[in-house]
Design a protein around this ligand. Structure first.
Ligand code: AMP
Length: 561
């Protein structure tokens, strides 16, 4: 099938906001594709080239796209850069500039869906010297063979930013409709594979019976279960029911450990394969987990090699990316694991088993060993008082808070269904000043939609993070991006591409989850998950919080031991 047919679908999807219409459009399209087009079509409809469980990445940045558009259209980089700053969407920049060259689109629209897909996938294989040129060459070739609308979606696909407003739920429902299978089976098979393209092919070729046969595969990551935040243990009981299992919430990073005989695989929360970075964890589980086939969900926590006290996540985060000098890293930044869930054991899928039973099985296979592996510390209780004490104890010993979990809850990959919640302390807010920002893209193209924050230091204002959350799309709902942009415009002192430099003048109050060290910002610190609370036009530049107070709050974050 021709790529232009898929582009017509993208266009129709963008023209309606009605979910049912979107679903019908996709259903109709899927009914017309052949089995060997399913993979490409589903992934391209998802706006990606590889399923989430696949570690390959296409890795194309804005600059590469700008170069490619320049090559095909003959426009200069500066011209295209200016257009991009104004329009805020490189897809639209491609559409505008490539149209001028390829008026005679009839002869151009010959690319098939498979050709586009296969060629885009090749981008992920280009590495090393001269790779930029090769990538630009490949993208330009595709753009050269496209008309303007096709090029818009080609560019957006490269940037993994399709903007057709049809998320996973719509696609999943359309797959069920098109191939006449039960949507529950589609969801279930997706939960186990994290790959809708594979699920769709099975649905098309083998129907419900085929879907029901799809099972958990040790070695293929599944999406981890997520937890909603609540403010108190009372609220926690309301969500998860009573009694509940309450765990310490450790401050490290989530890890899914897969073992199948002597094959080990480690995946982060984002399903990134980090097996080679953590041979020490493999040694730990080899020694202390009594099974040769399992999927364990756990938190990896770093500790100080001398004092043995836990380290905050940011101090071990370097280990996730580090691909060389791993032996030194293991000595320098040792880690241990706190296991809290069991997703599969001995070839059996555990996701439908009640949490209390998964947890019991987990405790049976783990031999606890200090500074290598422990079960997350837990209690089972219905008492608010006891829960509160446990929460305070958790904070006292340096945990981040607690998790409360429904005893009977199943493991629900990728969603925050209320089988578990997290509780952690609310931090005091900060008053910070805006010193920079970035023009938005798409619907937000005329607004500055992210802002650089700064605090006071003895050496003037220094950056301490970026914020884009907590602002509204419309004035009636609160402080809008439009309002922020109008307030900031008089203070703009420089622009380059989409970045804006702003003279300190607008002060806002922000909340956040944590203060962490950061080499990225001038202050040496960054706020984790900052969120806008309100404008502080009642405050003066001298009232902006200074770094000293921030450092005090930072060290009071929790009594790490
Ligand atoms: P947050 O990152 O604030 O959304 O909190 C959820 C995260 O806490 C999970 O994704 C885990 O990485 C981490 N965590 C730490 N301890 C536990 C635990 N006992 N149970 C579940 N998650 C935990």
């Amino acid at each position: 099938m021709e790529y232009s047919k898929l582009v017509d679908i993208y266009q129709s999807l963008s023209q309606t906001t009605k979910m049912l219409e979107k679903r019908a459009i996709i259903t109709d399209f899927l009914r017309g594709i052949k089995p060997d087009e399913v993979e490409a079509s589903i992934l391209l409809l998802e706006g990606r080239l590889f399923p989430e469980s696949d570690k390959r990445k296409i890795g194309i940045g804005n600059q590469l796209i700008l170069k490619s558009i320049s090559k095909v259209s003959g426009k200069t980089d500066t011209d295209l850069n200016d257009q991009w700053a104004k329009i805020g969407d490189l897809g639209l920049v491609a559409e505008k500039n490539i149209s001028s060259r390829t008026q005679d689109s009839l002869t151009q629209r010959k690319l098939t869906i498979k050709q586009v897909f296969d060629n885009l996938r090749k981008l992920s294989e280009i590495h090393g010297t001269g790779s930029t040129g090769k990538k630009v060459g490949l993208i330009s070739e595709l753009l050269g063979a496209s008309n303007s609308v096709d090029s818009k979606y080609l560019v957006r696909t490269c940037l993994e930013d399709l903007r057709t407003g049809s998320g996973f739920g719509i696609l999943r429902d359309a797959v069920a409709d098109a191939f006449d299978v039960d949507v529950k089976n589609v969801q279930k098979a997706y939960d186990l594979t994290t790959d809708l393209s594979r699920v769709a092919l099975v649905a098309k070729t083998r129907g419900d019976a085929g879907l029901e046969k799809i099972s958990l595969n040790v070695g293929t990551p599944i999406k981890v279960m997520l937890f909603k935040k609540v403010e108190s243990v009372e609220e926690g009981f309301e969500v998860v029911g009573s009694p509940a299992i309450i765990d310490y919430k450790y401050d490290g990073f989530r890890l899914q450990i897969h073992r199948s005989d002597n094959e080990f695989k480690l995946f982060t929360r984002n399903l990134e394969d980090v097996t080679t970075q953590f041979p020490d964890i493999i040694e730990i589980v080899k020694k202390d987990v009594k099974s040769k086939n399992y999927i364990i969900d756990c938190e990896v926590v770093g500790y100080d090699k001398d004092t043995k006290s836990w380290k905050p996540f940011q101090e071990i985060s370097q280990r996730i990316k580090r691909k060389y000098g791993i032996d030194d890293m293991i000595k320098e930044v040792p880690v241990m694991i706190f296991a809290f869930d069991l997703i599969g054991l001995s070839g059996k899928n555990f996701i439908d088993i009640p949490f209390k039973d998964r947890r019991e099985k987990l405790s049976e296979i783990i031999t606890e060993d200090s500074f290598s592996v422990s079960l997350a510390k837990e209690i089972t209780t219905s008492s608010i008082e006891q829960s509160q004490e446990f929460y305070e104890e958790a904070l006292r010993v340096g945990a981040e808070g607690v998790m409360m979990k429904n005893l009977e809850g199943v493991y629900k990959p990728g969603s925050r269904v209320g089988f578990g919640v997290k509780i952690k302390p609310v931090m005091e807010t900060l008053d910070l000043v805006i010193v920079g920002g970035e023009w938005g893209t798409g619907k937000r193209a005329n607004w500055i939609s992210s802002f650089i924050l700064a605090c006071r230091t003895e050496d003037g204002f220094k950056e301490i993070g970026k914020i884009g959350t907590g602002f509204k799309e419309k004035d009636e709902m609160g402080v809008s991006f439009d309002k922020m942009t109008k307030l900031l415009k008089p203070f703009i002192i420089g622009e380059s591409g989409r970045s804006v430099k702003i003279k300190p003048g607008v002060i806002i109050e922000v909340k956040y989850e944590e203060i962490q060290r950061s080499p990225t910002y001038g202050s040496g610190y960054a706020l984790r998950f900052p969120r806008f609370v309100r404008l502080r036009d009642d405050k003066d530049l001298k009232d902006v919080d200074n770094l000293k107070r921030i450092l005090k709050l930072s060290s009071a974050q929790r009594g790490r031991k």
